[in-house]
Structure formats: C-alpha cells, structure tokens
Design a protein around this ligand. Structure first.
Ligand SMILES: [Zn+2]
Ligand SMILES: [Zn+2]
Length: 321
C-alpha cells in the first residue's frame, strides 16, 4: 500500500516538473542572500521553481536562528551540495558553529541538505517529528534522492540520507543556548509529520510547508496532505503570539501570509463541497472550482489545480460517510 502511494507521488511530481520549465530562475543557493528578519532570524527565500539541473535541486527557504554561541539551522535544502553552500553563506553572517538542525517535514527539498551540514559537523543533533523519522527509516529518503537525481540530471549526486535523530511530538519547549523554541504539531496537515517552530523571543513562526506563500497549498504532494488539517493548523497558529511568519516556500511576512493560504484553502473546500452536494464528480466540477478560485490564478502551481481538486474531493467524500 505504502509503496504504491510513494511511486504515485513521485510520478505526479515528475509530471508537474515536465510542465514547469522556468528559464529565468537564478541557479542554486549561491546566488541568493540571507535576509535578516529579526534579531536572531535570517532566511534565504529560495526559488519557487521545482528542482532542475539549473537550480541543482534548490527550491526551499533555508534559515538560521543565531544564538549566543552557535547557529540553529532550519531546513538545510535538497542535497549535500546545497547544505554545504548554506554553510558558506552562514560564514557571511557568523563564524559560530552549527549547534542544531531542525527539519520541518519529510519532503526531500527541505532536509536532504542534512548531509552537507553533518559532513562538517558530524555530531550535530537533528530534530524532526517522530513520524518523519519513521518515514525516513521506511526508505522515503532514498525515494527522494532518486526523484531529485532524475529531476536535476544527477546534480545532487553523492547526497546520502542523513536522518534526524531526535524525535518530537509537538508541545515541547526547547531551550537551546538561550533561545526558546516552541514546537507545534496540530495533527495531519501538509503531511502526517510536520512541525512548526516558534521562536518565542523573536515572535517568529516557521510554518514548514503548511504555508507556502503564493503557491497553491499542498499542490506538490497533495496525496500526502490533509487539506482540512492544514486549515486547522493555520487557524490555530494565527491565535498565537507570533507576528512574523516564515513559509516553506515564498516570501515571509506578517499575518497576511498565512491568512492568504487560509483563504485559498477555505474557498477551495467550500467550492468543492458545494458541487459535491449538487452531485458533481471531481472531473465535472474542475472548471467551476478553478473559476471560483480565479483570484489566485497567479499563484505557483495553479496549473496543478485539477489534481488538487481530486484530493479535496476525496476528503469531502470521506467526511460524508
Ligand atoms: Zn512539503
Ligand atoms: Zn517544500
């Protein structure tokens, strides 16, 4: 069962990649800069284009939190090389060592870079949700490497699976060298093993891919997501004290960033539910739902709406039984 799901997942992403050929994107992490967002938080806002030879697989928002004596890395990218490029970039900000890594979820664009960091800091602890650790043990890391080897024409060659070694459940408060981090997990959302990381003193929240700015929510791996759970997660986090929100893809900002994703998701579920109640199949409602969501037509992956609708339809159908 799991194997079928995974290979279907990979096929879907590859199909998406063939359709998306961005020619104007800068190559690789080297060509991006850190942006300082608070006292302690710096983020590289990566490209929204899918992994390719040109980007060498890079597509996420790697970030650091500076502490008194060290650096905490969040989501070090998609390969050994990108992880090492991130270390070079960190040197432009600080000469302190990396003291911890956090992985927000199991999708390979966010954590295969663990290899690059661990090759320089062999004992650095890597934190993630325990469900992500289980999935990596079941072989999902190798699947992501295989997928990205194809998408990048082997640009990520040499990258090995370096699994997180400290499992989290959500609800933990961690104090790392004077920095307080609250870990949030609100159940199945973008995946079944997401963590969101609140940097308490900086009032900043790392959303992972539960929020992707100006990108159709859960559109890259919709079969891994609960759309209802993603709505729930964003609503709960908006009740928290943070004022800065860092998405897994796209630009960081204030409350408008998660609110835009929430608005998309709520409209999408309302639209699908309405046509479901009228007796339409997912195929029959596709054009109508796309029209209802037309205010978002400029978002990345909007051309993937057809298969996103199919998964939301399944969810709505399951809720009705
Ligand atoms: Zn993801
Ligand atoms: Zn992602």
């Amino acid at each position: 069962m799991k194997k079928i799901t995974l290979s279907t997942l990979l096929l879907f992403i590859l199909t998406g990649w063939v359709q998306a050929h961005d020619t104007d994107i800068p190559a690789s992490l080297e060509h991006y800069s850190f942006e300082q967002l608070t006292n302690n938080i710096h983020v590289v806002h990566g490209t929204q284009a899918l992994p390719s030879l040109k980007t060498r697989g890079f597509m996420n928002n790697p970030a650091i939190i500076t502490t008194k004596k060290g650096i905490i890395v969040i989501d070090p990218g998609s390969s050994e090389e990108i992880g090492k490029q991130l270390l070079e970039k960190i040197k432009t900000i600080s000469d302190k060592p990396v003291i911890a890594i956090f992985n927000t979820h199991v999708h390979g664009d966010h954590w295969l870079g663990n290899h690059g960091i661990r090759s320089v800091y062999p004992h650095v602890p890597i934190y993630a949700h325990q469900r992500m650790i289980e999935r990596v043990k079941e072989g999902e890391g190798e699947q992501w490497i295989k997928l990205f080897m194809g998408m990048t024409k082997k640009a990520i060659a040499g990258t090995k699976v370096v699994a997180p070694n400290i499992g989290l459940k959500g609800g933990e408060t961690l104090k790392l060298d004077g920095i307080t981090l609250k870990i949030h997990h609100t159940g199945h959302a973008h995946s079944d093993g997401d963590i969101m990381i609140e940097v308490v003193d900086d009032k900043g929240l790392f959303f992972g891919d539960i929020v992707a700015a100006k990108r159709v929510p859960n559109s890259d791996v919709p079969q891994d997501a609960s759309f209802k759970g993603t709505i729930n997660a964003i609503k709960l986090m908006l009740k928290g004290p943070s004022t800065l929100y860092i998405p897994g893809h796209g630009l960081s900002g204030g409350r408008e960033v998660p609110k835009a994703s929430l608005r998309f998701l709520v409209k999408l579920r309302e639209s699908v539910t309405r046509y479901y109640n009228q007796g339409l199949s997912d195929f029959e409602m596709k054009e109508k739902v796309i029209k209802d969501l037309s205010e978002f037509k400029d978002w990345h992956n909007f051309k993937e709406m057809g298969r996103v609708i199919a998964y939301v339809y399944q969810e709505v159908e399951n809720d009705n039984f």
